[in-house]
Design a binder for this molecule. Sequence first.
Ligand code: PLP
Length: 598
Amino acid sequence: MENYGIDIWGDDNFIIEGGVVKVNHESKPSLIKMVKEIREKDYKGPLLFRFPHLIEKQINKLYTLYTNAINEYDYKGKFNAVFPLKVNQLPNFILPLVSLGEEYNYGLEAGSKAELFLAMTYNKMGAPITVNGFKDKEMIHLSFIAKKMGHNITIIIEGLNELETILEVEKETSLPCPNVGIRVRLFNSGSGAWAKSGGIDAKFGLSSTEVLEAFEMLEENNLTDTLTMIHFHIGSSMNSIRPLKNALKESGHIYAELKNLGANKLSAINIGGGLAVEYSQFHRTAQYHLQEFANDVVFTLKNIAKQKGVEEPNIFTESGRFISASSTVLITPVLELFSAEYDSEHLRLKEHNPPLIDELRELYNDMNSKTALEYMHDSIDHLESLLKLFDLGYIDLEDRSNAEILANLIIKKAIWLLEVDDYEELKRIDDKIQEKYLVNFSIFQSLPDFWGIKQEFPIMPITHLDKNPTRSASLWDITCDSDGEIAFNPEKPLYLHDVNLKEEEYYLGFFHVGAYQDILGMRHNLFSHPTEINVVFEDGEVKLEKILESQKIIDILEDIDYDTNEIKKILKTNLDRNTYQTLKQYLHDNSYLKTTWS
Ligand code: PLP
């Protein structure tokens, strides 16, 4: 039975049991049960389920990996981690993360002023805050204020101008100076889809000459002791470990050289993010084990410290995807299978049909499991010929409609006959017999990385898993944009079930959407963020909490600066009271489709 690669990407977070996907935790609730519970409360459209226990699992895992490595190599430095806010800033994700991370002193990383405000507000006092990205004087001043509030904050400079501004603010205010970190521009770049964050031509970081200059500037201003951290980030979701090892050596030596130059308080190397997430349903992409990753970090830094006679640095990481991707699942109903319109009831056969139509009828009636494949191929050829005849004006619209219906009925019958005898054969011919599934979501809003960079996400139905899927599937979203499609790819095929949506519901789950998708999502066609739900396990019970409904249409319009009173006034002008009330109700719905078509 098809398991949609759950053993590759699933990390035992979800299991298939009794034909449905279940959360592999405590009472093991099925996803479909949770979907039904929410839909009964009249929340329709796509649903984003967040699982804080999976955030907790990843935080535990991260700290365990490094604790193991530190113990194994008797390493003297300490392990610290921060969550990069840019990966997911939404409150339903961040607030549980902060409280789950408390026992580890888990901190936050900010890359903009708005993110810094979040970190200053919600980070546990004493847990580290790192500040990355380009900064103006205001952002640096904010970091000083955070320090004054008592935060353990490190400004990581991306260029010498930022250090100059730090010196300026230090002189102009009586505020305490935060720790300073230097992002180094390494010669070694990363691997994987996001590798361009590192390398000599990277967007961020100081060259060796600038690192030396920065140190001299600190010395001249008696601020050497503020320098505590060396930072690099060579790319997200790295699939190979070798570039990391090279980057560790390079940054480790920079750390040691600076210590030997007199950077007495320099005590940490921050390795950024980069831990891999398995997004593929077809093969593993990471060529290393997570423990190997942590071991390599500790072992390499230990060796450099020994070689250069300096203390072993504390290790900081800023893993984002690894912590967040698995914690969110998008579940949404299929609204339509496009072949459903090809129903025998709609045939308009005549007394005298074109010969090819009569042949299609015969193929349909005479087909058996032995002839299914051959007849199906014939029917596809016949359909093509009939469509050409239509273009040339030799057959009419009714004939064309009959041709389309009969060819589709033949394909369906062949699939049904073949499924019994030869499921593999069926897969072999899949690109010829695709089904289009219309799904109630926007790819631009919910899977922006699929639209933008063709990022794969695990996709599977959450029910029907005790039956073989028989249709090679293309997914169409409800935006009126041809880019809103996940087309069938024979190299990475998605097979779904042939369902009669008049009789049964069919939901698709899109997994690993907890990193970046929430915030990168666009309101193309004015589809807003889906309804969110936090799934909390408490005292043996599953609680669906913090339900945040997708924005109402009226609010979306207000958000893009329309005067909603004016809108209402104009709409009201020519309508009677009752019709206007109905219209008002629609304005207060979210923009996803509510009723499935039947
Ligand atoms: N730290 C920095 C500076 C980054 O630029 C990024 C992402 O690109 C991260 C951390 C998070 O990386 P990841 O999501 O691979 O863990």
